[in-house]
Write a protein that binds this ligand. Structure first.
Ligand code: BES
Ligand code: MN
Ligand code: ZN
Length: 509
């Protein structure tokens, strides 16, 4: 992983070197410490703002190099806009914006005056800013050959200036765990498929054992024995054998039934015999972003010692067309016993998830099951890159995930399920077929999964538009966004940790 900044939280004075960051609200309103900058610099901030037409609008930045009267190498102003309207997700974006505005020079010290015109940032706000700063600093350049002799720049040292830092360091540890989990998910999505096949992905997931996660890796013999024929059918056209990894985190004292997280891990999706067009196919190295989100979440939960029971399960396969590959027209028997007519070998993710959904219910008796998958191009047509599609029959869990999404910025939008969509996947020769025709492609994919979720309290999240190849934003700049880790971590924290608010237990009525 590239060199990430270190962060500390403590009272600060005007720094004697490096970059100084201050916030400005609408109309260039400044906080108390920023006014000290104005005194020392003879009104530099106001003058620079005037000259550049800078007004402190939300996330607008202004950089002043070698600010007069100060010892800093640069002064960076980050706009907060209307202070009354800043949400948690906005503060994270503020942090990302800071990291994006920092000059790349040799002095790596950064001091942030963590204050607004109404006073110092709260602990929560400071942590949100620090989280955004860290997430934005992530890079993926493992495969870029370094040119020239310049040494790698040292990591930045960021000091968040707070008059009373209190016990924030301990809480920062937990937030940093969540950032690490997000960046782990990004790494997995960013890695090319020649490097990260099913076996290698399983090995990376198995490293969670170091954090106290119990790991079980299932190999093809075992998967055969477990009758996961739908999953194995997808893998059979690849030279590289399938893996299923089960990750158990038992952090609750209460003996609660686990939250189950189920991830689609297609390390590369050529489409199989129903092969995809060449243009853009390289992006299908990211077709394991659901599995990456599950691994990243398990990392975050274990690393911060979440008091919850969570089981993660990921199905790792490669969808390739070769002499042994599955064909359109084939009929496979899933672990559940239901038979599936393969219409299109490119609708493979649902086949992988089908068997995992059956397995996780039989083996782990979960309280709630959430599957995550880059399942359909259709969800990108419907929602673009700014919301993932969420499917569930349960209004309570839908509201909980919607709230967790709004808080963290990993947004979900609820999509419909219903009998009329379900009948679109009826088959003439088997219990169902694996595609539902031209329309409502993301919904018919969800209906397919629902037939395997049976009576469980179940949620399907289609993150094809948000977790891979999403546009760059304040906190995410690479192909893999790490989408879902913060959402799921928050969902667990708010509704499933010991002491969390009461949640409805068991299957939906
Ligand atoms: N992995 C794809 C979905 C996808 C598309 C993810 C674009 C990310 C970006 C999935 O396996 C797939 O190929 N789905 C097909 C289903 C169709 C054959 C019914 C699709 O969406 O076209
Ligand atoms: Mn596909
Ligand atoms: Zn796929």
């Amino acid at each position: 992983m590239p060199t990430l900044p270190t962060l500390e939280f403590r009272p600060v004075d005007l720094p004697s070197s490096g970059t100084l960051v201050v916030f400005a609200a609408d109309g260039m309103a400044l906080g108390e410490a920023a006014r000290r900058v104005e005194e020392a610099s003879d009104g530099l901030l106001a003058a620079a703002a005037e000259a550049q037409g800078y007004k402190g609008k939300r996330l607008a930045t202004m950089t002043v190099p070698l600010p007069r009267g100060l010892d800093a190498s640069a002064l960076v102003v980050v706009g907060l806009g209307d202070l009354t309207k800043l949400t948690e997700a906005d503060w994270v974006k503020v942090g990302g914006t800071i990291a994006g505005a920092l000059p790349s020079g040799p002095n790596r010290d950064v001091t942030v005056f963590a204050e607004t015109p109404s006073g110092p940032l709260t602990t929560e706000q400071s942590l949100d800013v620090a989280l955004g700063l860290l997430l934005r600093s992530y890079e993926f350049n493992a495969y870029k050959t370094k040119k020239g002799d310049d040494p790698e720049p040292a990591p930045r040292k960021v000091t968040m200036g707070l008059p009373n830092a209190g016990d924030i360091e301990a809480r920062w540890e937990a937030v940093r765990s969540i950032a690490e989990g997000t960046m782990l998910a990004r790494d997995l999505v960013n890695e090319p498929a020649n490097v990260l096949g099913p076996v290698e992905f399983a090995e990376r997931a198995a490293k969670l054992a170091d954090l106290g996660v119990e790991i079980t890796v299932l190999e093809p013999d075992e998967l055969e024995r477990l009758e996961m024929r739908a999953l194995l059918g997808v893998a059979q056209g690849s030279e590289r054998p399938a893996r299923v990894v089960v990750m158990e985190w038992k952090g609750s004292q209460s003996g609660a039934k686990p939250v189950a997280l189920v991830g689609k891990g297609v390390v590369f999706d050529t489409g199989g015999v129903s092969i995809k067009p060449a243009g853009g196919m390289e992006d299908m190295k990211g077709d394991m972003a659901g599995a990456a989100a599950v691994v990243g979440t398990m990392h975050a939960l274990a690393s911060r010692g979440a008091k919850a029971n969570v089981v993660g399960i990921i199905g790792l396969v490669e969808n390739m067309p070769d002499g042994k590959a599955q064909r359109p027209g084939d009929i496979v028997r899933s672990k559940s016993g239901q038979t599936i007519e393969i219409i299109n070998t490119d609708a493979e993710g649902r086949l992988v998830l089908a068997d995992l959904l059956t397995y996780v219910q039989e083996a782990h008796g979960p309280n709630v099951v959430i599957d995550l998958a880059t399942l359909t191009g259709a969800i990108i047509v419907a929602l673009g890159h700014h919301h993932a599609g969420m499917y569930t029959d349960d209004d309570t869990v839908a509201a909980q995930l919607t709230d967790a999404g709004r808080a963290t910025g990993d947004l979900v939008w609820r999509m419909p399920l219903g009998k009329d969509y379900d009948t679109l996947i009826d088959s003439k020769v088997a219990d169902m077929k694996n595609t539902g025709g031209r329309f409502a492609g993301s919904i018919t994919a969800a209906q397919f999964l629902k037939r395997f979720a049976k009576d469980a309290l179940w949620v399907h999240i289609d993150l094809a538009g948000t977790a891979m190849a999403a546009p760059a934003n304040e906190v995410s700049r690479t192909f893999g966004s790490g989408w879902g880790v913060r959402l799921l971590d928050r969902f667990v924290a708010d509704y499933h940790e010991d002491g969390a608010a009461d949640v409805p237990r068991g299957p939906a009525a």
